[in-house]
Ligand binder design. Structure first.
Ligand SMILES: C[S@@+](CC[C@H](N)C(=O)[O-])C[C@H]1O[C@@H](n2cnc3c(N)ncnc32)[C@H](O)[C@@H]1O
Length: 243
């Protein structure tokens, strides 16, 4: 049996909406700016990639969705990192978009068309785990298909040496999508981290904050994007933090 099934979407003013979770894939004010603010800036990727001297950098995400976070990270990586280094982007997705929906979603962002054409021309129909080498091998995309906790557990057991440098926590809101914020997933996240692995997320839910602290992340709050009051970001220290 295949581990996932395709997402059921509808379109609201051209923006992808999940019928399954009754939630939007990204902010209706400006999803692109929100992704940049929440995931790229709060993980300090530009600072970390300028004068980057390591061979590779690993980002892991919960919830691939349309791949907007992925392509924004790729764009920044291609602009800043030396061509000898590679970005490994790992993302877990239980309900992958089908190719038609993926292509429709990307019509929203003509400014990223050069990159999204590469993604959509390689994006597979099959609902199975896959690794794609893209952008002259400067980027490796591993799509782990299935429930995030299970696929990250399997991934960790198979890839004992892989440690993540930055996490993008991007499930739907915790109230609508609790599986993407459960303690077991955050524990997997900790096992795949090493100080100073960073994380960022749009939510400021206190249960998420508490669980992240319990598994060894230092958690900060800052002003959220647009109408969102607060969001969380921080880094892994490896020791549980007082609540
Ligand atoms: C807010 S959307 C992600 C948006 C995405 N990062 C983007 O750039 O378009 C949340 C995603 O989490 C996925 N998801 C929900 N529950 C999941 C689960 N238990 N395991 C893995 N993925 C899940 C949804 O199918 C959806 O694609």
């Amino acid at each position: 049996m295949l581990p996932g099934s395709h997402a059921k979407l509808s379109w609201r003013n051209g923006l992808a909406y999940s019928e399954h979770f009754q939630d939007v894939y990204y902010n209706s004010d400006n999803g692109l700016l929100e992704s940049d603010y929440v995931f790229l800036q709060a993980n300090r990727l530009a600072e970390r990639w300028l004068d980057y001297s390591e061979q590779s950098f690993t980002i892991a995400e919960t919830g691939f969705g349309t791949g907007l976070n992925f392509l924004l990270a790729v764009k920044l990586w291609l602009a800043l990192a030396p061509s000898s280094a590679s970005l490994h982007f790992i993302s877990a997705e239980k309900y992958p978009l089908n190719l038609h929906d993926m292509t429709t979603a990307w019509q929203q962002w003509p400014e990223l068309q050069e990159l999204s054409d590469v993604l959509t021309s390689h994006y597979p129909q099959a609902l199975q785990e896959m690794t794609l080498n893209l952008f002259q091998d400067r980027v490796r995309l591993s799509l782990l298909i299935g429930d995030a906790t299970n696929v990250y557990r399997n991934f960790r057991q198979k890839s004992a040496n892989t440690k993540v440098d930055a996490w993008f926590l991007d499930g739907f809101s915790p109230a609508k999508n609790p599986a993407m914020w459960q303690a077991a997933l955050l524990q997997e996240m900790a096992l795949l981290s090493k100080p100073p692995t960073s994380f960022a997320t749009f939510t400021s839910a206190s249960a998420v904050r508490r669980e992240l602290m319990a598994v060894g992340f230092n958690v900060n709050k800052q002003v959220g994007f647009a109408k969102k009051r607060e969001m969380l970001y921080g880094h892994f220290t490896g020791t549980a933090h007082a609540q």
